[in-house]
Design a protein around this ligand. Sequence first.
Ligand code: FES
Length: 147
Amino acid sequence: MVENALTTSRAKLEALAPVAMAPIRHHVFVCTGKSCATEASADVKKAFEYELLARGILFGKEKKGKNPRGSVIVTECASVGFCAIGPAVMVYPDGIWYAQVSTEDVAEIVEYHLLNGRVVERLALLKLPAEGKSVSPQGDRSPKWEA
Ligand code: FES
């Protein structure tokens, strides 16, 4: 592969993707997979954007009313396996997976978790990395999967 000085230059890449230079502290993923979508996950994503925008910390383009120096980025994602307990919301780098998040929960997650570093325990079902639990009805006869 021939290296191209323009595309391999870090400065050039950063200019093409301003998020690479932003002081991002959290990435919030909102699942918009089929099951979560039926539980209004699009509204949950909008609620995050609204709350973060109101606090001036939603990363994005200034011409869209967002903050290019914002500390939180919000994106949607596909199914993560919380389909029966959605909408699922994941907060990174903390590795917290929230279940059954409603629009009414969003301000609390923003205030407690994103701004003050305290997990909203009543909604947090999983923290990564996780040890995992055996849920097989076959007990010891089930195959042992290892990473
Ligand atoms: S559709 Fe959201 S976790 Fe599966």
